[in-house]
Design a protein around this ligand. Structure first.
Ligand SMILES: [Zn+2]
Length: 106
């Protein structure tokens, strides 16, 4: 399986605020791909739907929801909302079972 490639940031210093660890340099994180891609249901036997899920990606200009893993920290996945033009981060949310728990606390 091909790994997702981190967005090219060059010399840009991007800070991500992990919901569990706080603000960190983006180099502590690993880019995991488009967070808006929806996996087809397992009962869906359309090879085209599964192919599109694996290979077809939008290349938006503007805000984009991305899945990142805090590999040098808590190792949790987070959804980062990042502007693909300016690299400005406007959101960093937990995913999985922690998401509901943390939203209930805030
Ligand atoms: Zn973390």
């Amino acid at each position: 399986m091909k790994r997702a490639v981190a967005p090219h940031l060059g010399t840009i210093k991007m800070r991500l605020t992990c919901p569990f660890c706080g603000e960190r340099d983006h180099q502590e994180f690993t880019y995991r791909g488009d967070a808006s891609a929806k996996r087809p249901a397992i009962e869906n036997d359309s090879i085209e739907d599964h192919r599109a899920y694996v290979f077809d990606r939008a290349n938006p200009d503007g805000d984009h929801r991305e899945l990142w893993n805090h590999t040098s920290g808590c190792r949790m996945h987070v959804v980062v909302t990042r502007n693909t033009t300016t690299h400005k981060v406007t959101g960093c949310e937990p995913v999985g079972p922690w998401a509901k728990t943390m939203k209930a606390r805030s």
